[in-house]
Design a protein around this ligand. Structure first.
Ligand code: RIB
Length: 308
């Protein structure tokens, strides 16, 4: 089976449901509280593993109860944890998440040990990255670390997929190395300078990002689906209509699922379709990792929709 390496973050999510997201200076009473595993890197690694992939996760946890719990969880998920490092000076990453009645969220991350994952840590895992087929990353770790991992991958012909979240400055030298760039509409606005508010502006944004040297760009547009921009032009993929309760980690499920489908030899179009169904399942449950479907769940869902 082809190998996927994920270099990224690991968090513990503290989630509170509320009618609406609090405005600045506002205190509101929320509903249920859930503490569960999260972090964009970890969510994407878990998605790949649950969907049947061979994944190695490189991240840094703190020497604390959250880090310890995360290690156990990844091992239970069948993820290779031999490259998970422990920071002696930083706490494990934590995310405070509010989810409203429309399933939208707002997230504040305290990165802690995620920001202690340094280029030299990636250097120690050079052979692992070089021998992978796909390298998947996000931006909850230092950009220098992302760049070093990308250099190693690029020199060794490994396909690099970047989910540029949260949005931050990304050098064009990195963009030029990417096989696939997957921002959401907000992030695409940041990277293109175009406010993504309708089909035309999303298309415009994707074209601008593509012209910076990224081979393929996919902009995810929530319940409106996603747009692919590749050399041959643009293509829209509709979202599946479902009753969403929490969109947290829908994008992570999408990114993990795309990489898994690509690693199985599917085309980009077919991989997008696979990922669209995976994320439609994820939004129907609360929490990040608790919402990520297994391969069996996804296959059953696609079978019901007569897709397999
Ligand atoms: O994408 C969702 C994730 O963002 C959450 O799990 C949270 O930890 C933050 O990293």
């Amino acid at each position: 089976m082809r190998k996927i390496a994920v270099v990224g973050s690991c968090n513990t999510d503290m989630i509170v449901k509320s009618k609406h997201l609090p405005a600045a200076g506002e205190t509101i009473l929320g509903g249920d509280f859930l503490m569960s595993a999260g972090g964009k890197g970890a969510n994407q690694a878990v998605a790949i593993s649950r969907l049947g992939g061979n994944v190695t996760f490189i991240c840094k946890i703190g020497d604390d109860v959250f880090g310890e719990k995360a290690m156990h969880l990844y091992a239970e998920e069948g993820i290779d944890t031999s490259n998970i490092l422990t920071s002696s000076s930083h706490h494990s990453g934590v995310a405070l998440i509010s989810v409203d009645d429309n399933a939208e969220n707002s997230i504040v991350v305290s990165p802690g040990a995620n920001y202690d994952l340094l280029p030299e840590d990636v250097e120690k895992n050079k052979a692992l990255i070089a021998s992978a087929d796909i390298l998947l990353m996000q931006l909850e770790i230092p950009i220098e670390t992302v760049m070093r991992a990308a250099e190693i991958a690029y020199e060794n012909g490994v396909k690099i997929v970047l989910n540029p979240a949260p949005a931050c400055e990304v050098p064009e030298s990195l963009l030029k190395k990417l096989f696939l760039f997957i921002p959401n509409a907000n992030e695409a606005s940041f990277y293109s300078g175009v406010a993504c508010k309708d089909n035309d502006s999303v298309k415009n944004a994707a074209g601008i990002i593509h012209s910076k040297g990224v081979k393929n760009v996919i902009i995810t547009i929530g319940d409106k689906g996603s747009l692919l921009c590749e050399d041959g032009g643009f293509k829209y993929f509709e979202a599946i209509k479902v009753h969403a309760v929490d969109t947290t980690a829908a994008g992570d499920t999408y990114c993990g699922a795309i990489c898994q489908a690509l690693s199985e030899g599917r085309s980009l179009d077919k991989s997008i379709s696979f990922a669209t169904y995976a994320s439609a399942l994820a939004v129907q449950k609360i929490g990040a990792q608790p919402s990520i479907p297994t391969r069996k769940e996804l296959d059953n869902y696609m079978r019901v929709k007569h897709l397999i």
